[in-house]
Design a protein around this ligand. Structure first.
Ligand SMILES: [Zn+2]
Length: 342
């Protein structure tokens, strides 16, 4: 990146109320067929414009064309039966009715490539595209076919790699895989989760990122966070292996979390997207609060490797709050940028 401290979001932004029910996850679409296709594109353009007006440097699609960051990708795969549902525990946290893997999984055609091409056409700024990571995908399914979490993760890694290579070809600058499951299943992450993530990113020439967080600001997650104690040291489990991995950027939750900032030292050498915006509150950070989080992070990340970002996606927030937070992020980064260049 040419600019110092380039800002970006973790991924999702709220959708307009004419497209989907606001402030709701898995919100159903309000349009159908061709109107839905055009509505999603219009929403994507608005998301780009919100980021442009706020002064965000690395632009995303705000995940406007997907209902959910994991489910929508899986819906496009064969081998998964969405009618056949089983109740499973997601990330050891809450029960959800999920689809069943009934046969070999495959990607009959690309999932987000047209959307990425559309995003590319909207801006000359660097763009980032998000995909779910293999381990987070398997955690959102009931597997009646492979009966092995690891085997299914490798299958998904192959499929994700096919998609990622096509996304790269549209001109995407950063491909980010979302792996909140890394903060829950440490042993599996270290045994094969990071290896499957690298497989998903294999051969890519664009930059690659992994986003590891404590989840959206929904009740199941905020309740879980209350059980984690005063110091959240989950990152400590996977950081040593992530530091050795081929992934370029690690995206983290920092602001208002109980993550000890010095854990970031464990990934020294990597670029780090520092979450300087709390997505679990409607209170909009002041630019100075954002700047303070970034200054703390600078103790453990070299300035040319620090990417100010949000703790997680902002889909469940109101558009007004999300816009305010985008502006605070850009303004906070600008304060620290000025200090660094003084
Ligand atoms: Zn997240």
């Amino acid at each position: 990146m040419k600019v110092l401290l380039p800002t970006s979001t973790a991924g999702s932004l709220p959708k307009p109320s004419w497209l989907a029910q606001p402030e709701t996850l898995w919100s159903p679409w309000k349009l159908q067929d061709q109107e839905l296709i055009e509505g999603k594109q219009d929403a994507l353009r608005l998301a780009v414009d919100d980021q442009r007006q706020a002064g965000i440097d690395i632009v995303g699609d705000g995940e406007q064309t997907r209902q959910h960051f994991v489910t929508t990708f899986i819906e496009h795969l064969s081998g998964v039966d969405f009618e056949k549902r089983e109740t499973v525990r997601i990330r050891n946290r809450y029960d959800a009715s999920v689809p069943t893997v009934v046969g070999a999984v495959a990607r009959p055609k690309s999932v987000f490539v047209d959307d990425a091409r559309y995003l590319r056409a909207q801006t000359d700024q660097p763009i980032k595209w998000t995909l779910p990571g293999p381990m987070t995908m398997i955690d959102t399914l009931y597997d009646a076919h492979y009966r092995s979490r690891e085997k299914l993760a490798w299958e998904f890694a192959t499929i994700l790699n096919q998609e990622a290579r096509e996304l790269e070809a549209t001109g995407v600058d950063i491909i980010q895989f979302d792996e909140p499951a890394f903060n829950v299943f440490f042993d599996e992450a270290n045994d094969w989760g990071i290896a499957t993530l690298e497989k998903a990113a294999e051969g890519l020439k664009c930059e690659t990122a992994v986003h590891i967080c404590y989840g959206y600001g929904i009740k199941a997650n905020t309740d879980w966070k209350k059980t984690l104690g005063s110091e959240w040291r989950q990152y400590e489990e996977t950081f040593p292996n992530l530091q050795k991995s081929r992934i370029d950027i690690i995206s983290l939750e920092c602001h208002h979390s109980h993550v000890p900032m010095d854990l970031i030292e464990l990934i020294r050498g990597k670029k780090v997207m520092i979450g300087a915006i709390d997505v679990a509150t409607d209170t909009i950070e002041t630019p100075e609060e954002v700047a303070e989080t970034l200054r703390e992070a600078l103790q453990f990340v070299d300035a040319d490797k620090l990417y100010p970002s949000t703790n997680c996606g902002m889909a469940p927030l109101s558009r007004r709050v999300a816009r305010g937070k985008l502006e605070a992020l850009a303004a906070g980064a600008a304060i620290v940028r000025k200090e660094l260049s003084a």
